[in-house]
Design a binder for this molecule. Structure first.
Ligand code: MTE
Ligand code: LUZ
Ligand code: MOS
Length: 780
């Protein structure tokens, strides 16, 4: 009971009724002030003077604070400490915060923030990854992973091709923007409500900025209106600025970004620039692959290092690459500091090899799906990744066979060829793309989690864990796990806000590991309670003679432990020796007998290791797999297109909650489709992001979703001992809409009889589509 069944999201009803409280819905305390940030208008400059006279004279303004007013460290960087909260003497991108204004209202603060007179001395700016690469301007040392002898393999290869590719970045576009509400408490305490995926990191940053200890700072988050990676590290700026203002004024301060500020200030998915070279056989098998990738890191490191590492470790995607040479660099540019976004570099790594395979197929005049299959990882051979992890759970062959059949791929390919032969303007395209995604933080020590489970005397259960709810359903899944352990109906289990004073030293809810890690930790806690209850039940209802003479608080020997195993918890009832005792009744009795009814729990993912210098090891606990088939129609005169049908099959292992997992698959598909098609970040020559609102930045709408959308879960069971043998689902399905991009490319290539590789870059906006069509028509 409890796990493996589709249950509604724990807050579904509240979401629909508008009753779910987000940070901005928390009733404001009397005396609450509102803050706004003053930001840079130059991409790279020294600040020679700032005149705040007009800001301070603005209606309702209480104070202005700059870097000089920070009691502790002026830093909100997650790993490398190169991220000032407020620019100090130098700005490095348009939108960089320089100061915070505190006023009596949100509007007054925002209006005042624009009235500062900042004098700049401009410096040269670098805006693109290509320019950063040329100038060897990096935020971190470049990375290199190689296996075999690429050079020799190239020389032997019957065929070769090389090229370049640009794949744009992506704004997280969470519905709820960045926000923090800081409330000073007695004796240097600071309580901060914050929309964040990483409460513990917020606690650290605030403590350092205020020159306090971690135990002074409490960070709380009931839920986010989406995070998508954008609140993994970059909620810190807002949390710190609000806390600094609250500390200085000794009043509650709320800092809520409006959409434009949010987009101008915070980092996004990294865009990538690739130069690749591949050697392959006449059959399409890759024998040598070389890629040089450069990301647009922005002005600081943030999470760009681990993002690049994940890109390197996903360049293989589902393909065995015997001789391979992968370089990755994080280009330092005078733009927002790019950060985590669903997939965390994985999509950027994998799309490069998919592009290459697509090119090989067209060069050979073959169906790209056949070339993909030919290069798949094997089961017992050709099963070692470039970074040395042996793949033991490969299901890509079966999964693709199933999708090939259910999507009627072959028949539709023929139908589309026939359609295109008679349709000069509208061209249809079809693509089948696979995915493999490594599950675990690629920074090993982050793979740990804690939980706290309380059983109250009335039998109700309260769960707290280190993960954060951002809509992905972690609380529902963790509640299901606890309900299952204690045999309780889900309605008796409630999950509370994430709170740094309940579970300490948590990792970000990220890398899709939230339910894996916190589910295991909560299971550990629930099992301890169950074992104590079972031992007590055995004491009450007989059974093994002599058991538990030692005390009520736990099993005393191996024999006792075995006996405890025989106590069963299901249907809100505890079953022991032919007795069936209502759970709530047993709990009542146990309390009176002084049995501890609450417990903490802990989990650390086993078997992980990683050598960052050599870029080898066993960074992932297991792999998740998936594949999708997309069919599009492209108007070759206007560049407009439509997704006609999408079939997606995803391996969530033995899913904890198939309803939630399907929602994740569909959501990730549409989000990834937006990344690769309509969402375009565009900076002007002065380094200003011009697409900083939904008026110019286009995420997919309801009408962009395919009318015929067939998402399904692949029947599987994790070979790794994950929580109930499920697999993570948050990020990997973002790679499914590669199929949309390559279907568009397929439709374009129909213009030239599939004889030329269209130079299509991502996002495949209508403009990019027309450019690619023009290019292949010119080369005919
Ligand atoms: N789903 C919703 N609805 N909202 C989100 O912000 N974030 C994604 C994914 N799914 C997100 C989401 C990202 S980036 C990650 S890493 C995972 O959820 C995090 O949650 P999990 O580890 O509990 O799956
Ligand atoms: N590694 C990773 C990380 O694989 N995913 C993440 O989200 C992450 N975050 C911080 C550091 N390493
Ligand atoms: Mo997700 S990008 O790991 O927050």
């Amino acid at each position: 009971t409890g796990v493996g069944v589709g249950r509604p999201h724990e807050s579904a009803e509240l979401h629909v009724l508008g009753q779910a409280t987000y940070t901005d819905d928390i009733p404001e305390l009397r005396g609450t002030l509102h803050a706004a940030l003053g930001t840079s208008s130059k991409p790279h400059a020294n600040i020679t003077a700032i005149d705040f006279a007009q800001v301070l004279a603005s209606p309702g303004v209480v104070a202005v604070y700059t870097a000089r007013d920070i009691p502790g460290t002026n830093d909100c960087g997650p790993i490398i400490h190169d991220d000032p909260i407020f620019a100090d003497g130098k700005v490095e991108y348009v939108g960089q915060p320089i100061f915070v204004v505190v006023a009596d209202s949100h509007d007054n603060a925002r209006r005042a923030a624009r009235r500062a007179q900042v004098t700049y001395e401009e410096l040269p700016a670098i805006l693109t990854p290509q320019a950063a690469h040329a100038a060897k301007s990096y935020v971190l040392p470049p990375m290199h992973l190689r296996r075999g002898d690429c050079q020799a393999a190239f020389e032997r290869a019957p065929r070769k091709l090389k090229g370049t590719l640009y794949v744009g970045g992506q704004e997280q576009f969470y519905l709820e923007g960045q926000i923090a509400y800081a409330i000073p408490r007695e004796a240097d305490g600071m309580h901060v409500y914050c929309s964040t995926q990483h409460p513990s990191e917020m606690q650290h940053v605030i403590a350092h900025a205020l020159k306090l200890h971690s135990h002074h700072v409490l960070v709380e988050c009931r839920r986010m209106g989406g995070g998508f990676g954008g609140k993994e590290s970059q909620s810190a700026l807002w949390a710190a600025a609000a806390a600094i203002a609250a500390k200085k004024t000794n009043r509650p301060v709320k800092l809520r970004a409006d959409r434009d500020d949010d987009m101008m200030v915070t980092g996004k998915r990294h865009c990538f620039w690739y130069e690749y070279e591949v050697g392959y056989g006449d059959d399409g098998r890759i024998v040598a692959a070389k890629v040089d990738m450069v990301s647009r890191a922005g002005y600081s490191a943030d999470l760009s290092g681990p993002v690049a590492t994940r890109a390197v470790c996903h360049f293989d995607n589902t393909y065995y690459l015997s001789d391979v040479d992968i370089r990755a660099a994080c280009g330092k540019t005078n733009t927002q500091s790019n950060t985590a976004f669903r997939g965390f570099g994985g999509p950027q790594g994998a799309i490069a090899i998919e592009y290459i395979v697509d090119e090989i197929a067209r060069e050979l005049g073959r169906d790209a799906y056949d070339i993909r299959k030919l290069n798949f990882y094997g089961k017992d051979e050709r099963n070692v990744t470039p970074y040395g992890q042996v793949i033991v759970d490969n299901v890509i062959h079966e999964l693709c066979d199933q999708l090939e059949e259910s999507s009627e791929y072959r028949a539709r390919r023929q139908a589309i060829d026939a359609y295109n032969a008679g349709s000069p303007v509208i061209k249809k395209g079809l693509a089948f793309t696979p995915l493999k995604f490594g599950i675990a933080f690629n920074v090993t020590h982050l793979n740990q989690a804690g939980a706290l489970v309380h059983v109250y005397v009335d039998g109700s259960i309260l769960v707290n864990h280190g993960g954060t709810e951002m809509g992905q359903g972690i609380n529902t899944k963790v509640a299901q796990v606890v309900a299952h352990e204690l045999g309780r109906d889900l309605r008796h289990v409630r999950v509370t806000a994430t709170d740094t004073s309940k579970v300490a030293n948590t990792s970000a809810t990220a890398a899709s590991t939230g339910a894996d890690l916190n589910g295991k930790a909560a299971q550990d806690a629930a099992r301890q309670i169950r074992d104590r209850l079972a031992a007590y039940a055995l004491r009450l209802y007989g059974g093994v003679p002599g058991v538990l003479a030692g005390g009520a608080s736990g099993a005393a020997s191996e024999a006792d432990a075995a006996a405890v195993e025989e106590v069963l918890f299901y249907d809100d009832t505890v079953h022991v020796n032919g007795h069936a005792i209502p759970f709530a009744e047993l709990v009542q009795k146990a309390y009176l007998a002084r049995v501890q009814l609450w417990s903490d729990g802990y989990y650390a993912t086993p078997h992980l290791h990683w050598d960052p210098k050599a870029m080898t090891g066993h960074p992932f606990s297991y792999y998740a797999y998936g594949a999708a088939v997309s069919e599009v129609a492209v108007d070759t005169l206007t560049g407009e297109w439509k997704l006609l049908r999408a079939d997606a099959l995803y391996d969530a292992g033995d899913s904890l909650n198939p309803a939630i997992d399907l929602g994740q698959v569909e959501g990730a598909f549409i989000q990834g489709m937006g990344w690769l098609t309509t969402e375009e970040l565009w900076w002007n020559a002065g380094g200003k992001l011009m697409t900083h609102a939904p008026s110019t930045y286009k995420i997919p709408g309801v009408s962009d979703c395919p009318e015929d959308f067939r998402a399904a879960l692949f029947k599987n069971r994790n070979v790794e001992d994950s929580i109930h043998r499920s697999k993570a689902v948050g990020e990997p399905p973002l790679l499914l809409p590669f199929s949309v991009f390559f279907a568009i490319r397929d439709a374009i290539s129909a213009v030239a009889g599939h004889k030329v590789n269209p130079p299509l870059q991502a996002p495949a906006t209508s403009e990019a589509i027309l450019k690619a069509i023009t290019a292949i028509e010119a080369s005919r």
